[in-house]
Design a binder for this molecule. Structure first.
Ligand SMILES: [Zn+2]
Length: 409
């Protein structure tokens, strides 16, 4: 989940207005609130039929899907007070409300169940075989290996993500979240793999994980042995504060994992914010990602997920580079960052049309899809983007073989 300064201010303005005008005609007119329409009524356009050509739905796994909830139906999810304190923590609270609205979780007392019934309905209206990889989210931990509750923004238990994947095996896979400073991290990782986890997700800035710390070595050893990939957030992180360690999002810090033989997926291809390069100069995190992708020794080991790369806060230059760097496409993996794709103001289709990345006639069918179905919308939008005649290769959307270990690169 990412939200930079300019659009964060915009985003918060949108969010504030959307909440105030939630039920008013203005909100519908300005498309601020997710109308939570019935996904089974989603119209199918020619554009969508074209988007699926060449992509086998059996291989379509959305590799970046967040679980949302509040723990009101036994999920075990916990949220920091900051997420429900509009006066003391307006930003955190607004963001939380925006995600809850985007995931159509509904009212207090039914939010865990609301999230599940909504995402099941969305996946059920995807072609047969298509699945979402659901993310657990571990607590922040201190250097002493103890859970750091004070700095834990939210927590989604591995057991809950696993349970959902077991309850809906046709539509969900699960991704564990295990903090490497935990004393039991090796055993928990072994167990998670036995229980079918397809990857491990880290959000280092919010969880307080320094991927370059020797404290991660025990974990890297097991991850490399089990060949389970680590999906680690790269670049700037704004929406989830938690441990608030922005430097830990620097893609360079993941070199320690690569050196240990771990398959690393940099979330969002680090398309947001700046980080310090080796010379200590502040450059775009994306340029550091690009530099690592160019290093021969990481060819079969370093990958990027393209979740959130279509958000209005991304430079269009970055999207153009992702499209035209066709040599990267066998190492790019599609994910949505749901429920962000359900926050309507966050993705501007018009911007893509105006910048020549999207054909004019794609605007209408995508606007309709955006209202009905965040997963199909995100997919069809990405499939329809092109620059200098280059599009994302079909393989970018066929992520299953990567996570089942059938292919390494
Ligand atoms: Zn995310």
């Amino acid at each position: 989940m990412t939200c930079p300064n300019k659009s964060r201010r915009q985003f918060l303005q949108y969010t504030a207005v959307s909440l105030v005008t939630a039920s008013s005609p203005a909100s519908a007119f300005f498309r601020l609130n997710n109308p939570c329409l019935n996904p089974s009524k989603t119209p199918v356009s020619k554009l969508e039929e074209l988007a699926w050509q060449g992509v086998n739905p059996e291989n379509w796994w959305d590799c970046h899907t967040h679980i949302v909830g509040s723990g009101d139906n036994g999920s075990g999810i916990t949220l920091s007070e900051q997420m429900n304190a509009p006066l003391l923590h307006p930003i955190q609270t607004l963001l939380h409300w925006a995600y809850a609205n985007a995931a159509c979780t509904g009212k207090k007392g039914g939010q865990d169940v609301g999230y599940v019934s909504r995402i099941v309905a969305l996946l059920e209206t995807m072609p047969k075989g298509a699945k979402a990889m659901l993310y657990a989210f571990d607590k922040a931990h201190g250097a002493n290996g103890d859970a750091d509750h004070a700095n834990t923004a939210f927590f989604v238990p591995n057991e809950y993500a696993m349970m959902l994947a077991k309850r809906y095996p046709e539509r969900f896979e699960w991704v564990a979240s295990i903090h490497p400073y935990r004393r039991d991290c090796e055993a928990v990782l072994e167990q998670a793999v036995v229980q079918g986890a397809r990857a491990v997700k880290w959000l280092p800035p919010a969880m307080g994980i320094d991927p370059a710390s020797p404290q991660c070595d025990r974990f890297y050893k097991v991850a490399s042995k089990l060949n389970i990939p680590i999906i680690s957030h790269g670049g700037e992180e704004k929406s989830v504060h938690g441990a608030d360690q922005p430097l830990f999002g620097n893609p360079l810090r993941l070199r320690r994992a690569l050196d240990a033989g771990v398959r690393v997926v940099i979330a969002h291809c680090a398309t947001l914010g700046n980080d310090l390069d080796e010379s200590g100069k502040s450059i775009r995190s994306f340029d550091i990602f690009a530099k690592l992708m160019a290093e021969k020794q990481w060819q079969g080991q370093l990958f990027g997920d393209i979740s959130a790369t279509v958000l209005r806060n991304r430079e269009l230059e970055v999207v153009k580079t992702l499209l035209t760097e066709t040599g990267w496409h066998s190492r790019l993996l599609n994910g949505s960052d749901y429920p962000l794709t359900g926050v309507l103001p966050l993705i501007s289709i018009k911007n893509f049309v105006e910048s020549g990345l999207l054909a004019e006639e794609a605007l209408e069918p995508l606007l309709v899809l955006q209202d009905y179905h965040p997963f199909r919308f995100d997919f069809v939008l990405k499939r329809s983007l092109s620059w200098q005649g280059k599009r994302f290769a079909s393989s970018v959307f066929e992520t299953r073989p990567f996570f089942t270990g059938e292919v390494n690169s």
